[in-house]
Write a new protein. Structure first.
Lengths: 266, 245
């Protein structure tokens, strides 16, 4: 772990610079340039709100904001996971030619995703104001929730990044997994409302889906503090923080141990 | 030569490198392979040598004899399966062309990207930026995206970055010829200037025996992952030429 923090200090500037460079290059050739970072999430939101607000009617209050907050959190998680599986392979040139702690690659990538997340959240905030959602001080709890989501995604990403080097079909597997999580996370429906009373054995299904799935949990808590002006569930936030930290420690350990062999494989 | 000058810059001890273990596989294949033996390829089989500070070591050997593997191991890209590599605290870089370039960004931005990747701070790169641009000598193209460069310009910039951002130890893997004739001469001279610095230790891998003869103080001859001989170019090169016939 000491090595990890030492490396972070040494390389974080590179991580930031390379993240900036990547963001810049993403839009370098396009006509509308950086506007795409705004247009894209707005369009997705419009599509989802139309489908799940009009095609499948829904009486959720402030539905557009509801969808958009969920979508922002989801998109971040989704990008982190899909991005990390192939990270080493897409950076083949780098990995085979110079030594760089491999988690720096993920760190840099995560900065670009964080940047997009913040744009989405800014749009979500605008939307909430537009819809007349009463803004309360509970909003500050969004910060710890997002931090937990980030640490969790980072830990998962580290592990997937490691296994993605040797297992060719991990990408297919994670795609299936992500699709499942996508529908189970209640991005466009309210888990508690939809699954009221349904049980799986002795447990309430809605509790299970909300607490056991960290994405759904973070999403739900985000909505609680932003739309419904209530306090987050501190107990479960704590539990997920611990799990997320354990994942990170595991991931860092695995990468530290194996990273020098990656160049031999790819 | 004074005693104090005999500082060792690189120590390689009984270096073994094997390609195996993390072999690419699919989940289906890995079920089948459980229990069966993995194929091993021994790239290096117990290589030991030392390089004094300020010396220039040339590594020769036929294709597949483990030269590039060794360079990458010394650069820290591979970890040894057995044995030790001690750099005695020196900074090191593998002189390779265009590492970490982002082709959609301008040459100037890529100088920073590549430089910081090699472990230099933003300030250090900023200090050398002018020198790099001057050496690369590609005019206004430095402000244009790298993808618009000709391949010659690309290598010129890449070479300039690695040549001007200096480290204590430089590893060179057959990159002595980039760009047009004029730049080639310039880069060759720069290379000579770089490596003749008495504090800089250099390892060169090359198939060009003339280059080795001209630049190196010592030659290491590798064959199939083993050291055949190490000594002065005058001793080793004739034997190597004889062997390769």
């Amino acid at each position: 772990m000491r090595k990890f923090f030492h490396n972070i200090r040494k390389y974080y500037k590179y991580a930031i610079y390379s993240a900036k460079a990547e963001l810049k290059s993403e839009v370098a050739d396009s006509y509308l340039n950086w506007l795409w970072w705004v247009i894209e999430p707005v369009c997705f939101m419009l599509i989802y709100t139309f489908i799940f607000g009009t095609v499948f009617p829904n009486n959720e209050k402030y539905f557009a904001s509801f969808v958009f907050i969920g979508l922002a959190a989801w998109e971040f998680f989704n990008r982190m996971i899909t991005g990390s599986v192939k990270l080493i392979i897409t950076n083949r040139d780098l990995v085979t030619k110079v030594y760089i702690p491999k988690y720096i690659l993920l760190l840099s990538k995560s900065f670009t995703y964080l940047f997009k997340l913040f744009i989405s959240l800014a749009i979500a905030l605008g939307l909430m104001i537009f819809q007349g959602v009463p803004l309360t001080w509970h909003l500050i709890f969004a910060i710890p929730i997002l931090i937990i989501l980030y640490i969790f995604s980072f830990g998962m990403g580290l592990l997937l990044m490691h296994f993605g080097v040797t297992l060719n079909d991990l990408a297919n597997l994670t795609n299936i997994g992500l699709r499942m999580v996508f529908y189970l996370s209640g991005i466009f429906y309210n888990i508690t409302g939809r699954l009221k009373g349904k049980k799986l054995g002795p447990l309430r299904l809605s509790t299970l889906l909300l607490k056991v799935n960290p994405v759904a949990f973070c999403m739900n808590e985000l909505r609680q503090v932003s739309i419904y002006a209530s306090l987050p569930n501190f107990k479960w936030l704590g539990i997920w923080l611990v799990i997320a930290l354990i994942l990170c420690v595991l991931g860092i350990h695995v990468i530290n141990k194996n990273e020098n062999s990656y160049a031999k494989v790819i | 030569m004074a005693e104090s000058k005999k500082k060792i810059a690189i120590t390689v001890q009984d270096l073994h490198i094997t390609y195996r273990g993390l072999k690419k596989t699919s989940i289906r294949a890995s079920w089948k392979k459980l229990g069966s033996k993995v194929e091993l390829f021994h790239a290096l089989k117990g290589v030991s040598f030392e390089v004094e500070e300020g010396k220039i070591l040339g590594i020769i050997g036929k294709n597949g004899s483990g030269k590039s593997t060794m360079l990458r191991a010394i650069a820290g890209i591979f970890s040894p399966d057995k044995g030790k590599i001690d750099l005695h605290g020196n900074t090191i870089s593998l002189l390779s062309i265009g590492v970490g370039f982002n082709k959609k960004l301008t040459g100037k931005e890529n100088i920073y990207l590549s430089g910081m990747l090699l472990g230099f701070s933003e300030e250090e790169v900023a200090k050398k930026e002018k020198e790099i641009i001057k050496f690369a000598d590609i005019g206004d193209f430095i402000y244009k995206p790298v993808k618009t460069y000709s391949s010659g310009m690309y290598s010129k910039l890449a070479f300039a970055i690695t040549a001007i951002l200096e480290t204590d130890i430089i590893l060179i893997d057959e990159v002595l010829s980039v760009g047009d004739a004029k730049f080639k001469e310039k880069s060759y001279n720069k290379m000579k200037e770089l490596i003749s610095d008495e504090h800089r230790t250099v390892i060169i891998v090359s198939h060009s025996l003339d280059t080795i003869k001209e630049l190196c103080d010592e030659v290491l001859w590798l064959n199939d992952g083993e050291v055949i001989e190490m000594g002065s170019p005058d001793e080793v090169l004739p034997k190597y030429e004889e062997f390769m016939k």
